[in-house]
Design a protein around this ligand. Sequence first.
Ligand code: NAI
Ligand code: 15L
Length: 264
Amino acid sequence: MKKLLITGAAGGLGQLLLEPLGQLADSLRLTDIVDASDRAQGHEFIRGDLADAAFVDAAVAGCDGILHLGGISVEDQFEKILSANIAGLNNLYVAAQRHGQPRIIFASSNHTIGFHPSGARLDVHSPTRPDSFYGVSKCFGESLASMYYEKTGQQTALVRIGSCVPKPLDIRMLSTWLSPRDFIDLIARIFAVDTLGCPIIYGASANGQGWWDNRHVDWLGWHPQDDGETFRSEIEARTSAADRAELLIHQGGRFVTAPLPHLS
Ligand code: NAI
Ligand code: 15L
């Protein structure tokens, strides 16, 4: 790949993955609504709002792959999510149509299915059960990408990321963890395969107590290596009964029990 666009590059995942992402393309173009030029590690950085169609068009021009991490990444007021995650995402797809349909990775989320009970095995046919406005916006994103694929052939990987952090932080993340190296391997496979289509992929490591079945994308050749169980004893040692009760009822954990922002 010649030029990879990374939106949301100033965020947690953008920063965590920046160095290995640099190995996947001849050059990176980083964007975010906040200035991160000082953390761009020598890569091109342009600042702008995903809700600004002209900015997004300029950001996409000349790129042959897009890792779309930008947007609101937790529950928030509906209006903010509408602007960044819904209008902003459509701007990205409009721009992609104008600039040769670069392959897109959409950072979807486990919060599309957060109301499923913990322990339930889900696969690609399981219904969405979003747990927040945020989760609803990711369901919208998956539908938007699917619609563009069917109408125009635009290819997108819809990666329902579990919890991508250096190591699991709580008992729920033993099941939802996606290690950074497994995510990088997944990103590399998505950009390497000849034909991608528009698959939903559960973004989780090979967690012994995982909940998600990815057999429908065996053809990708992605073989996650890490397992949250490695951290079970240290996590169990600091898990209270209250944590366990709150975190292990639904797959979405605390997103499920949080009140709607306008009612709190
Ligand atoms: P983050 O919140 O740290 O990063 C998101 C970035 O998007 C921020 O730097 C923010 O400034 C930028 N942004 C927000 N609104 C914007 C706008 N209107 N225009 C341009 N940029 C804007 O989130 P994180 O953890 O890095 O996640 C990246 C993506 O992956 C997000 O889309 C998130 O929903 C998704 N995801 C992340 C998971 C994780 O474990 N970190 C789990 C599931 C999904
Ligand atoms: C997400 O979708 C969030 O962006 C991230 O901050 C984590 O909360 C993650 O899910 C999770 O469920 O652990």
